[in-house]
Design a protein around this ligand. Structure first.
Ligand code: 13P
Length: 264
């Protein structure tokens, strides 16, 4: 099954209005060139911080860039008395189509458990957003040979929260992000990545059936950069990337998009 690759930039807590605008214009204009030359065969997504989403989306839509916009997190509840939170409807309102959920930084610094991530997945689908669910092990887990033991419950918590309709379920995106590879410059080797991605595909096949599982995109994230992107993106069960640091430089992000095997 041919899946359309997704190259997604997670800007994390970076980007004031001016820099966000500059970045999205740098990426967008180059994407328009690639589109004209029919060289763009992947989906491109940027996930700015909340405060820059509106500006970025306005720029994307007014200039007609081939790019989608997403959030980096959302609350489990709908609108209401939840000081400091942002709900899915609000993300939709400013043009988001996707939302990253359960990023390891949310799990580590904000106490998000597998259960909370599961509830957020349900809320995202309810609010009309496609969740990108992040899973991944810490270095100590990998060293103890417990990688799959950590990832399995992270995925299990999401399964009962998925919508009934197979067509919606198959839009789910999973991102494998080994915590030890995030922002460290140490990316996982292609063998390590393919092994975990194959496990995730098998897990999804068992839970959701082969047809749905074959449509779900599984991204890799963790120090993906122009120098290693081609090798990672060519792997059988890797359907794109979730990129942090390298997504903050238009040239690097574009080089990763160009490294995608489907782009040539
Ligand atoms: P880096 O690409 O900076 O390692 O970050 C990866 C990540 O966390 C994307 O969500």
């Amino acid at each position: 099954m041919r899946r359309r690759p997704l190259i997604a930039g997670n800007w994390k807590m970076n980007g004031l209005i001016e820099t966000a605008q500059e970045l999205v214009e740098g990426i967008g204009a180059a994407l328009s060139d690639r589109e004209r030359e029919r060289k763009l065969q992947c989906e491109v997504l940027v996930c700015p911080p909340f405060t820059a989403i509106h500006t970025v989306h306005q720029t994307v839509s007014s200039k007609g860039y081939s790019m989608k916009v997403g959030g980096q997190n959302m609350d489990v509840e709908g609108p209401g008395a939840r000081t400091g939170e942002i709900c899915g409807i609000m993300l939709r309102n400013v043009g988001c189509r996707y939302v990253i959920l359960g990023h390891s930084e949310r799990r580590q610094f904000f106490g998000e458990t597998n259960e909370i991530v599961g509830k957020k997945v349900e809320a995202a689908f309810r609010d009309g957003l496609v969740p990108i669910v992040c899973v991944g092990e810490e270095l100590k887990d990998r060293e103890a040979g417990r990688t799959i033991d950590v990832i399995r419950p992270q995925l299990e918590a999401v399964m009962p929260r998925l919508p009934e309709e197979a067509s919606k379920r198959s839009t789910l995106v999973v991102a494998y992000e080994p915590v030890w590879a995030i922002g460290t410059g140490k990316n996982a080797t292609p063998e390590q990545v393919q092994e975990v991605h194959a496990f995730i595909r098998k897990f999804l096949t068992e839970k959701l059936g082969a047809d749905t599982a074959s449509k779900i995109r599984i991204l890799y994230g963790g120090s993906m950069k122009p120098a290693n992107a081609a090798g990672l993106l060519a792997l059988e069960d890797v359907d794109g990337g979730l990129i942090g640091g390298a997504a903050l430089k238009a040239q690097d992000f574009l080089a990763i998009i160009d490294a995608n095997p489907a782009s040539d």
